[in-house]
Design a binder for this molecule. Sequence first.
Ligand SMILES: *Cc1c(COP(=O)(O)O)cnc(C)c1O
Length: 478
Amino acid sequence: MASIPDFNQALYAPLAETDPEVQNIIDKETWRQFSGLELIASENLTSRATMEANGSILTNKYSEGLPGARYYGGNEWIDELEVLCQKRALQAFHLDPTKWGVNVQPYSGSTANFAALTALLQPQDRLMGLGLPDGGHLTHGYYTAKKKMTASSIYFQSLPYGIDSSTHLVDYEKLAAQAKIFKPQLLICGASAYPRDWDYAALRKIADEHGAFVMADIAHTSGLIAAGELADPFQYCDVVTTTTHKTLRGPRAGLIFFRKDTDKAKDLEKRVNDAVFPACQGGPHNNTIAGIATALLQACQPTWKAYAKQVIINAQTLGKELVAHGYKLQTQGTDNHLVLWDLRPLGLTGSKLEKLCDLVGITINKNAVSGDASAQVPGGIRLGTSALTSRNMLEADIKVVADFLHRAVQLALVLQKEAGSKLLKDFVRVATFEDEGREGARLVRELRTEVRAFARRWPVPGVDVTTLKRPAGIEEDD
Ligand SMILES: *Cc1c(COP(=O)(O)O)cnc(C)c1O
């Protein structure tokens, strides 16, 4: 083989050699994922196989267009890959290819949604989505009094619908009344922080009164829907979008499913495909499409249903344990993978608990709960069980996790008292080790040690945890 010129030497060296700085960051993040408890409801742990596909040589190839109709040559294997991915996507959601099609090219959930809106609407057309503070997503038309925050409100007129203030369930009656006035051309359902299932038939009925499309964004729940553990949106919707990296457990990407068999949907295939490329995107990420295909293969196996069932059982177990400790959950439980924990009765903000949990190695996120006075200071926490279930945890293990969370809350209350103010920065000061010697800081350290020891009992897909060593740059004195 010819010798390698100097300017190309870097192409052949492994990451650790060529870029130890980035390698070290990856090592530190690996250590964090191994040592902590991941309870962020939108996260999951993808498989080793998906990561192999995602890190493959397919990243080199340009393939604008669709299988069989590309703008570049050399796409024979990429065509085979994309067709396989499409086939598996339909199979995973039990769809008849004569009735449904799918575009597997969206880079992520938000871009999938914007492409779907581009396909379904003209600029300044009207859409309705679940309001952000009620659990909806930014891309469903979110705006504030001061600002149109997202493309979905910049380029379209949007109106949020909401949840009932006492049941905390989507208020379909009020939605119907709002729709009578607003006359949307598109009704979006799906959410990022809604622990209950959807009544797709009710949404279809409301949409039909106005000749509107119904789009379900199942980003959070698609893995559970593929497993048949939640209601089936495909029965009633024209378009279904999803991310592939949440409960579906694939690489970071999006999918857009479109109906082909109704009058209303007769040109949706072309509209969706044209919206993805060339309207919103350029070349597909073929390495990612390979990862999606691999993840979908897993979602087509009988074991997938068992995983999805366990995710839900774990979320329900987590909910029950928290309720047993006297805490309040929005809707008092869950149908899916997440619970919304209302901290307001305790006089504690979501930000403080999130911060404390971060310090002890439990990753959670602050979240608005219904009736929050300020969106800036959310009064709740969102918890999800997809990732812990991917680390093999079952009900008994989730009870241990619930107990850690209970201790974290009790500790947060002690720290808040020690802080002597309600400010987050004072809270952080007493929770960290600047004030060594205080009871609060000692208890934080104790909890952190226990969480770590527990978390490190579980494997992490794609990582050989038996040989894993603490990387440079991570201090552990306990
Ligand atoms: C996460 C999410 C998205 C956005 O997905 P990204 O991949 O982060 O762009 C869209 N819709 C819903 C409902 C989501 O939960």
